[in-house]
Design a protein around this ligand. Structure first.
Ligand SMILES: *[C@@H]1O[C@H](CO)[C@@H](O)[C@H](O)[C@H]1NC(C)=O
Ligand SMILES: *[C@@H]1O[C@H](CO)[C@@H](O)[C@H](O)[C@H]1NC(C)=O
Length: 426
């Protein structure tokens, strides 16, 4: 009897816990986007003129990116895009790498916290929380920059910065937050071309995603009234490269990319490719990300949005039309023609313009705009013993500790280890 009473009390408590009100299709009027190149609708291009054609109007793809499609699927919700190509989840991971042949370094690009500051100072800070969706997606650059300088990234710490961003958004009043996790980094053209690092890349993605989920689960407990919408890109891309998924999406090529910057060649049928360059999806790939996000927002099953959602045709060439400009209030789609002037930073958000504010740095426009950075994963010192190149990632990812690395280290490796230990323990 007593037990029964306790159980009923528990049921009552659970029932009384505030739960997110279900989102109704058509209730979302605004999307506010934070992140990196995958979500940038032309912001970094407006600053320094890259990426240039054959990239599409400042997108790191051959057409619109996922948040632009998502805004269309949500009946032309207004997109307020604060994402910058090249940005880190946390600028402390930027490694200050020269960016695209400019005087700028990756440390000059606004990270999630800085993007949030720009947003808060902008005219869009007064959007109604009930009809606004925030999107957060960052962390891949934090890993790539570490690889570029031969350092080992700390996926849990990187994910922690994304979790901090979600906390900050909730403190600001956000009620609906879409969080993308990382696709399997081994299943990108860059990953496929570094087979010795495949298991390590998979491990890093998994570690990041596990830490992200742990943080989001904690937030769910603490603030159950907030909708934390997981857009599981790891699951989506794993499906997209499977035989069934490729058939479903009409993808023929997934291990290599449509645009080879080294060879300066563009494939003839971009819509049959999952990736545009070594790391960025084609606009076709972006439609898949947007549809999956749509389904997560409304709790719908499957990878594709329901038939009654109007899915605009993705581009088949690099000159595809942009989504209607009324749906994007981020930087206007810049022209693809080379920018010749030196652009200078705009004061963050003091203007009432709809442009996201620029990072405070002087940027000289490069003559040649190579992108993406040719990061060679072999710059990594070596793989973790538990992620031996070519071996399957262990079921339980190891804790990254310097002592886990380089077992049986030679003197040379041992001295490298000292430097690495400093990084891992920082
Ligand atoms: C960014 O990294 C620094 C250094 O590790 C840390 O102190 C800071 O809290 C991080 N910021 C966020 C928002 O996670
Ligand atoms: C890109 O082109 C270069 C130069 O032709 C070639 O060596 C490389 O293998 C190509 N990359 C891929 C992934 O096809």
């Amino acid at each position: 009897m007593k037990l029964f009473a306790a159980a009923s009390l528990l049921v009552a408590l659970v029932a009384a816990a505030p739960s997110p009100s279900a989102l109704a299709v058509g209730s979302i009027k605004d999307i506010v986007t934070f992140g990196d190149s995958v979500s940038d609708n032309g912001n970094i291009f407006a600053l320094y003129g890259n990426p240039q054609a054959p990239y599409y109007k400042g997108r790191f793809s051959n057409g619109p990116v996922w948040v632009e499609f998502l805004s269309q699927y949500l009946s032309d919700a207004q997109l307020h895009d604060f994402a910058y190509g090249g940005s880190c989840a946390n600028v402390s991971n930027s490694q200050s790498i020269p960016y695209g042949g400019t005087s700028m370094t990756t440390a000059d690009l606004p990270d999630l916290a800085q993007q949030l500051t720009f947003f808060k100072k902008s005219q869009f800070s007064k959007l109604s929380p009930d009809s606004t969706i925030y999107t957060v997606f960052a962390g891949a650059n934090d890993m790539n920059y570490a690889a570029a300088v031969g350092k080992f990234p700390d996926p849990a710490s990187i994910a922690g910065s994304v979790v901090n961003m979600v906390d900050s958004l909730i403190a600001f009043g956000a009620k609906n937050i879409v969080v993308n996790n990382l696709p399997p980094l081994d299943k990108t053209p860059r990953g496929y071309s570094s087979p010795n690092y495949a298991s390590l890349l998979a491990l890093l993605s998994n570690q990041y995603n596990d830490a992200l989920e742990a943080g989001l689960a904690r937030i769910n407990k603490e603030t159950p009234s907030v909708n934390i919408i997981r857009n599981n890109l790891n699951k989506l891309f794993t499906y997209a490269v499977s035989e069934e998924g490729r058939k479903d999406f009409g993808i023929d090529v997934y291990q290599t990319m449509c645009y080879n910057a080294t060879a300066a060649t563009v494939c003839t049928k971009p819509d049959t490719y999952l990736f545009w360059d070594t790391i960025h999806p084609t606009t076709k790939g972006h439609t898949a990300v947007a549809q999956y996000a749509y389904n997560q927002i409304f709790n719908l099953p499957g990878y594709k949005a329901p038939a009654d959602v109007v899915i605009p045709k993705s581009s088949t060439t690099t000159s595809s039309a942009a989504p209607a400009s009324k749906t994007t209030s981020g930087s206007a789609a810049p022209s693809n023609s080379a920018v010749t002037a030196t652009s200078t930073s705009a004061a963050p958000a003091s203007s009432s313009s709809s442009e996201p504010a620029a990072p405070s740095c002087t940027i000289s426009v490069p003559k040649d705009g190579y992108y993406p950075m040719p990061i060679d994963y072999s710059a990594w010192p070596t793989a973790l013993p538990s992620a031996t190149p070519g071996a399957a990632a262990p079921a339980t990812p190891p804790v990254y500790k310097a002592t886990n690395l380089y077992s049986g280290a030679s003197g040379l490796v041992a001295s490298a280890l000292l430097g690495l230990a400093g990084l891992l323990m920082a």
